[in-house]
Ligand binder design. Structure first.
Ligand code: S3P
Length: 183
């Protein structure tokens, strides 16, 4: 069946760990019948190991190179919704590529929300290095000024996903990145 929507540009979700990039990305993609990819998952498939194992075996710099490569490859495909890992947008090359080829959406969340959500699982290597609240607080200081360069900013609160999904869909329609097909 033909989709009711035409997506003209990639939609790429950025933001800190626990911001809801994958959960919201998956739902917005399904809402507009667009393909969805999770960059972390694609990195794991390409490497044949988990993100935690990549950090342990090869180290973070090697992970960052893989992350840059995988995102560049995903941006070669027709428009999709892409959830990225929290560090992806901090890479100058990736950020420049995204500025050219995608509409970026920063899922902004406050510290309490991030701490609560990330505490549910222990698979994130950066948060296993010390006290998660302190680490997330430091990442907020360093990363939020850069995430603020995203095209769209959405507040990620503890509320039904549908609210963020509709806010993103509305912003994409307004920008002309998403168009409703004529019947
Ligand atoms: C990272 C975030 C993780 C993952 C890796 C590093 C980061 O992704 O890419 O553990 O630097 O913030 P999520 O943001 O999806 O948890």
């Amino acid at each position: 069946m033909q989709s009711r929507w035409i997506l003209n540009k990639h939609v790429v979700l950025v933001g800190l760990m626990g911001a809801g990039k994958s959960a919201i990305g998956r739902r917005i993609a399904s809402r507009i019948s667009a393909p969805f990819k999770d960059a972390d998952r694609e990195i794991e498939i390409a490497a044949g190991m988990s993100i935690a194992d990549i950090f342990t075996v090869h180290g973070e710099p090697e992970f960052r190179l893989g992350e840059r490569r995988v995102i560049a490859r995903l941006l070669e495909t027709p428009p999709l919704v892409l959830a990225t890992g929290g560090g992806a947008f901090m890479d100058d090359e990736t950020r420049a590529l995204l500025a050219e080829r995608a509409t970026t959406v920063w899922m902004r969340a406050d510290l309490d929300v991030l701490v609560r959500r990330t505490a549910k699982r222990a698979h994130r290597p950066l948060l296993n290095k010390g006290d998660p609240r302190t680490i997330l607080d430091e990442l907020i200081q360093t990363r939020y000024p850069i995430y603020a360069e995203a095209d769209i900013v959405i507040d990620s609160r503890d509320e039904p996903h549908e609210i963020a999904v509709e806010a993103i869909r509305g912003a994409l329609l307004e920008r002309g990145d998403l168009v409703e097909r004529e019947a």
